[in-house]
Design a protein around this ligand. Structure first.
Ligand code: T1G
Length: 695
């Protein structure tokens, strides 16, 4: 990499500007300053008739440098650089490739023409970071595509390919060859007149009130909690009524409002969390080659896991106990695949491959003799799993990885039953396994480093977010869930209704409140866990029995039509189940509780403080590597609102000392449940944050 990330070169009468700031050519201060001075130098060079910008490496500029957010801005800003390019007396063309996103696309729009190489993707992901395009994108994009298309791109954050960008008018031509050569060609075509060019800012925009109104209504319906999408609409609307300079000034004001928003901080944290979790101690180990997958179990999880691997291009053999079970599993996979085709996640060609043999079935584990990775998704019972792993120990080839999908059982005990514990790992998928992005990679005592690295490599190919977890009851996510669900139960026992708890948390940003989630998952699942743990439940622990009463009455939630809520074709809205309320009343009376009211704020505070407490303990005992790993688990597996960043990111916004005081206050009523985690107390005493532990 050169000293400066931006260099110039003259080829014939073309002035080249090369951006080389690996890994993604982010528009750091050095890049911005380099481009501005390069433009000035080439504009003053009498030997240059046209200027061409291009990126070195895998992409053109992929956006502003996200790491600079929240720090004092350094001139020139991206807005100035784009306007500086546009004002250049000589024509400037952008040769784009790779993922030309956000500020990278804005720099290209500041140029007088754009040529894209095959495979290029463009887009404005700013809204996914709680921002709006802040370097003229909301003003220049509509001038090329019209209001409606610009609104759709800017409020969705989606990426589109080069052909779509050409159709919309965001780019002028498709190029070919390596970026530098294609940039020279583009410059020469500008000079010869073969490639038209113009200043985008001088184009007009046709008003489109209908599109603005429709998008405003859609955002109000789908994203009522978010701050940035509405600002996107306001900025794009200005492009039709203000000259570009005024429009850019308004955009800047709206951008800065977003930058200051706590939602931006949360969303940027979530962006980095998704990447930070890949930094594990075993990252330097070489993953084992994996092509052939074995999945044991054709139930919901087994079928979902098989689907996930088929969608990612692996070949899969599903094993069930008998032909009927196998047929049911295969039918579920086929249904999942058909849904994927409908959602545009699976091509007809790949579906044909799958049907031609990439997916096979058997009723004996001997059929997995050649599998590279075998995932067991059988009944959640230790004896069943140990028996299966004994069989796999004999049937699987040397070097095959044996994974269990257990959601809470002891992976060490499963590994110990085999002669190859180093090859045993936990791969905990979340239902539906072909949709949910989280994958907990559970590392047992003897799991080999290359097996862990393989788990992470496979997760990346599956498009999942892998988080490393240690072995304990519930690993990271379910362990924290089992703690904070008690907070919800205590709120209900003390006076809140399930619907009040759910509504408070949905207003906080959860897509579904806990009772709606429990009904969806099936109340019998947690019931089975409570029964399994009953013998070891501490005597000091408060116990809410109303959910057991519901289950004893056969009311398991959505699948039985009755749970905390009522379900069915003829049911409007989400009415509470009167029998559930009656069971709650009865349990309150039995416990001698006089119900009290809870504000939505107190419901949220208690629920989240409980979540933070157990999350701190999960970091404290090393089950999770870092606080950011716990944030990723809750964000990608448990519906924690992305704009809130995750429980331990949120904890830092509250402050450790304040959290300790709050827990000590709650402990007045229940000292057993509200124990202050030592790690939290240490952070409070040292005035530190969870972020300081992310390394
Ligand atoms: N700034 C800083 N670092 C970045 C970055 C960025 N924009 N994008 C990626 N990285 C780092 C990332 O953290 C990782 O670092 C490494 O690069 C590889 O990333 C004014 C304000 C480009 C599609 O939102 O979507 O422009 O972990 O693992 O899978 O209007 O990165 O190795 O240390 O993701 O090949 C708009 C965000 C910014 C693009 C590549 N742009 N990036 O994916 O690699 S806001 C974005 C991505 C903006 C303007 C506004 C992806 C990618 P490390 P990676 P990848």
């Amino acid at each position: 990499m050169s000293e400066t990330p931006v260099t110039t070169e003259r080829v014939g009468r073309i002035g080249l500007v090369a951006i080389d700031n690996p890994p993604v050519n982010a528009a750091s201060h050095a890049v911005r300053a380099g481009i501005a001075s390069a433009i000035d130098a080439l504009a003053a060079d009498d030997g240059v008739d046209a200027i061409a910008l291009y990126g070195v490496g895998r992409t053109f500029i992929a956006g502003a440098d996200i790491r600079e957010f929240g720090k004092p801005p350094q001139s020139p800003g991206l807005t100035q650089v784009c306007s500086h390019i546009e004002a250049c007396a000589k024509p400037v063309v952008a040769l784009i490739h790779g993922t030309t996103l956000g500020g990278g696309l804005e720099i290209a729009l500041g140029c007088h023409a754009r040529v894209a190489l095959p495979g290029t993707q463009v887009g404005f992901p700013e809204v996914t970071l709680g921002l709006i395009p802040g370097a003229g994108g909301t003003q220049r994009a509509p001038r090329l595509t019209g209001i409606k298309a610009a609104l759709d791109l800017i409020t969705s954050g989606k990426r589109i390919d080069a052909d779509a960008a050409l159709t919309l008018g965001l780019i002028d031509r498709l190029g070919e060859g390596p970026p530098r050569e294609a940039a020279i060609k583009a410059g020469e075509d500008i000079v010869s007149g073969a490639l038209p060019h113009r200043r985008t800012g001088e184009l007009g925009v046709a008003p489109d009130e209908a599109a603005l109104d429709a998008k405003t209504a859609e955002i109000a319906r789908k994203q009522p909690n978010l701050f940035a999408p509405v600002r996107c609409v306001e900025a794009v609307a200005a492009s039709a009524r203000l000259p570009i300079a005024d429009g850019i000034a308004l955009e800047r004001t709206l951008f800065e409002a977003c930058l200051e928003s706590p939602q931006r901080a949360g969303l940027v944290h979530a962006f980095f969390a998704e990447r930070a979790v890949a930094k594990i101690p075993e990252a330097s180990a070489t993953p084992r080659p994996v092509e052939r997958i074995g999945v044991i179990g054709g139930g919901t999880m087994g079928s979902g896991i098989a689907t996930a691997f088929l969608l990612a291009g692996y070949s899969v053999t599903m094993v069930e106990r008998d032909a009927d079970g196998l047929a049911r599993g295969q039918a579920t996979v086929e249904k999942n695949l058909a849904g994927a085709v409908k959602r545009g996640k699976l091509s007809e060609a790949r579906l044909a491959d799958i049907n031609a043999g990439a997916f096979s079935g058997a009723t004996t584990v001997d059929a997995l003799a050649e599998a590279d990775l075998i995932i067991e998704a059988a009944f959640e019972d230790m004896a069943v799993k140990q028996d299966l792993f004994s069989q796999l120990d004999k049937a699987a080839k040397k070097g095959a990885i044996l994974a269990t999908n257990t959601s809470y059982l002891d992976v060490d005990a499963i590994a110990a039953i085999t002669s190859r514990p180093a090859d045993v790992i936990g791969l905990h998928f979340f239902s539906p396994a072909h949709v949910m992005r989280l994958l907990e990679v559970v590392v047992a005592d003897k799991t080999a480093a290359d097996v862990v690295a393989t788990g992470f490599a496979v997760a990346r190919k599956l498009g999942k977010v892998a988080v490393r977890a240690g072995v304990c009851e519930g690993f990271i996510g379910n362990r924290i869930l089992s703690h904070y669900r008690k907070a919800a139960e205590y709120l209900v026992m003390d006076g809140a209704s399930p619907a009040e708890v759910d509504r408070a948390l949905e207003d906080f940003g959860f897509a579904m409140g806990p009772h709606a989630v429990f009904d969806l998952a099936g109340l019998d699942i947690a019931w089975a866990a409570r029964k399994r743990l009953a013998a070891t439940r501490p005597a000091e622990e408060r116990y809410a029995a109303y959910a057991d009463k519901l289950c004893e009455a056969g009311q398991f939630g959505r699948k039985t039509g009755r749970g905390f809520y009522l379900y069915g074709e003829d049911v409007d809205g989400r009415p509470q189940n009167p029998e559930a309320l009656a069971f709650i009343e009865a349990e309150r009376e039995k416990a001698g509780i006089t119900p009290r009211t809870f504000s939505a704020e107190e419901i949220v505070q208690r629920y989240l403080t409980a979540m933070i407490a157990e999350a701190a303990r999960v970091v404290e005992d090393g089950t999770a590597l870092r606080p950011i790993d716990v944030d990723a688990v809750l964000l990608f597996g448990y519906g924690f609102p992305r704009f809130r960043g995750g429980p331990l990111f949120l904890a830092d916004t509250i402050g450790a000392a304040r959290l300790v005081r709050r827990m000590e206050d709650y402990a007045q009523e229940d000292p057993f449940y509200w124990q202050v985690p030592p790690l939290l107390r240490t952070l409070a005493e040292e005035d530190r944050t969870f972020a300081s532990l992310n390394g």
